[in-house]
Design a protein around this ligand. Structure first.
Ligand code: RRO
Length: 312
């Protein structure tokens, strides 16, 4: 069974990769993703300078997923750019992604200039949806701001790029955001980031589970599946066909990946499940996705991508 996929001419051995933030913080973690069965990888969302992030505990496992308020801990853009430049020299036929999450417009543009002026030849994911930095609203929920960021960015940025979006919940939001995104030469849109600012309580102690922000944090895992499916489907129905979709959220098995692809995803990112099971999970997901495809009589991703059926 052929699980290969592509985005804008970049070819990947299979549809699976990590979601940014999960097991992609250090060189060692990134190397483990490289060694795994993932089709590609993305680095931890970077700021210009290294950040320690929010106080711990800042991640908790939940019955059906996870809650996190990491607060954008990362080694700084140069660290990840340097990793990517070394990687591409050793593996010229294996494109990877760098994720960027500036805390201001200026920081995003400065990082974009650094990448533009570098020899990086992979893809760049601009994270417009970090929910966990106190005092910094998610850019993706501010439509005017998103328009402004993308206008400034694409006034000079020429490398293949996409955006990581927060979940939307109203069809009017999909209409408005797609109308903005369609104005720009984006190669991909990645939906969804975690369900922002959820809250869970430990019944033994009547206490929140994570320390930052009084316990509020981004929720991922099975809780996110219907929201991720809806966001992938809604953007697939609205975006220019040259903008590919990366589906993220709610993957616990190969069938979940199959569903995101049915809704329109060309790549599938794994967050909470990867955090909990480690990079060996990609071997299982590939096997399970191939098994579903075989049951359906499909031999390649394009046989069913976007082919979700509705009731007449
Ligand atoms: O670092 C984080 O707290 C974080 C980020 Br930048 C993000 O985009 N999504 C998330 O769930 N956590």
């Amino acid at each position: 069974t052929d699980l290969r996929t592509s985005i804008d001419g970049f070819k990947f051995d299979n549809v699976f990769m990590n979601a940014s933030g999960v097991r992609c913080y250090t060189e060692q973690e990134l190397d483990e993703l490289v060694q795994s069965d993932a089709g590609t990888l993305v680095t931890k969302s970077a700021t210009q300078a290294k950040r320690l992030g929010n106080p711990s505990p800042r991640y908790a496992r939940l019955e059906l997923g996870s809650i996190n308020s990491m607060g954008l801990p990362n080694e700084g853009l140069d660290y990840y750019l340097n990793y990517a430049l070394n990687f591409q020299k050793a593996h010229p036929d294996q494109p990877i992604f760098i994720s960027v999450a500036g805390l201001s417009m200026e920081e995003n543009l400065a990082m974009a200039h650094t990448i533009e002026d570098s020899d990086f030849n992979g893809l760049v994911e601009f994270n417009l949806s970090c929910p966990n930095v106190p005092g910094k609203p998610q850019t993706g929920y501010d439509f005017d701001r998103t328009q402004e960021v993308l206008t400034n960015l694409f006034s000079f940025f020429t490398k293949p790029a996409g955006v990581k979006l927060p979940p939307y919940f109203d069809l009017a939001q999909f209409d408005q955001m797609a109308a903005i995104l369609n104005q720009f030469p984006l190669k991909f849109v990645n939906s969804i980031n975690s369900l922002g600012n959820g809250l869970m309580i430990d019944p033994e102690t009547d206490t929140v589970l994570i320390k930052p922000k009084g316990g509020f944090g981004g929720v991922g895992g099975a809780y996110a599946k219907p929201i991720a499916l809806a966001n992938v489907r809604a953007f697939a129905q609205r975006l220019n066909p040259q903008i590919q979709i990366i589906g993220t959220g709610g993957i616990t098995n190969g069938r979940d990946a199959y569903d995101l692809i049915l809704a329109g995803a060309s790549l599938v990112q794994v967050g909470t499940l990867l955090q909990e099971e480690g990079p060996a999970v990609f071997t299982r997901l590939k096997r399970e996705l191939a098994a579903v495809m075989q049951t359906k009589g499909y031999t390649q991703i394009s046989d069913f991508k976007g082919q979700l059926k509705t009731l007449s």
